[in-house]
Design a protein around this ligand. Structure first.
Ligand SMILES: Cc1cc2nc3c(=O)[nH]c(=O)nc-3n(C[C@H](O)[C@H](O)[C@H](O)COP(=O)(O)O)c2cc1C
Length: 177
């Protein structure tokens, strides 16, 4: 159980399980987290923004705030789920062309724990750039839940069958105590 008031950022990318991210919000809130949803711009088409804002009591963020708008509370931990091939590779390369990537880019340097649960098919997961990204992120202390005993990539065109059993709870279990 987390301390009262601790803030969890859930970064949601444009991948198959994204419409169900409310399931992770519920699990996190039950564990005592205050949840801030951050969506990539592409993920906005996958999620029910109004429903998530009702559930979290906070605006879904997908862009940098305007100077007069209030800051989001500082994150105590960050989960990226579902994490796309695109965002994983860009995070590893230090690219910050979305608000979500801007938040992620600073996290290792700020000492904020980051847990990533990818949702990628085997064709993407087999690519050398992706494998380098996973290795580089792990070397920086990011927990990437991919591989035996964690979550395995799915064969191309079979993602829909994996969505129901996407292991949202694994992300919370892998946050440091
Ligand atoms: C219906 C649909 C489903 C997709 N599912 C996935 C997926 O499961 N995993 C993935 O890595 N990309 C998936 N993509 C591709 C990403 O949405 C695309 O690479 C996008 O640029 C990712 O943006 P983001 O990383 O900023 O969220 C999907 C695209 C569509 C249209």
């Amino acid at each position: 159980m987390t301390q009262p008031g601790e803030v969890l950022y859930i970064i949601v990318c444009a991948a198959g399980p994204a419409p169900d991210v409310g399931r992770l919000v519920t699990l996190a809130q039950d564990a005592g987290w205050t949840v801030q949803i951050i969506a990539t711009p592409s993920a906005l088409d996958f999620i029910d923004i109004a429903e998530l804002e009702k559930q979290t009591g906070r605006p879904v963020r997908s862009q940098y705030r305007k100077p007069h708008e209030p800051r989001s509370p500082r994150a105590d931990a960050i989960i990226v789920a579902p994490a796309t091939y695109n965002t994983i590779n860009k995070f590893a390369q230090g690219i910050t062309d979305t608000y979500a990537l801007g938040v992620l880019s600073e996290a290792p340097g700020l000492g904020i724990p980051v847990v990533i649960l990818p949702f990628v098919n085997t064709a993407l997961a087999a690519r050398a750039p992706f494998q380098r990204s996973i290795d580089q992120l792990r070397a920086e202390g990011v927990r990437v839940l991919l591989g035996p005993g964690q979550f395995e990539p799915h064969p191309p065109s079979s993602g829909a069958e994996r969505i129901e059993n996407y292991p949202w709870s694994l992300t919370l279990e892998n946050l440091p105590n």
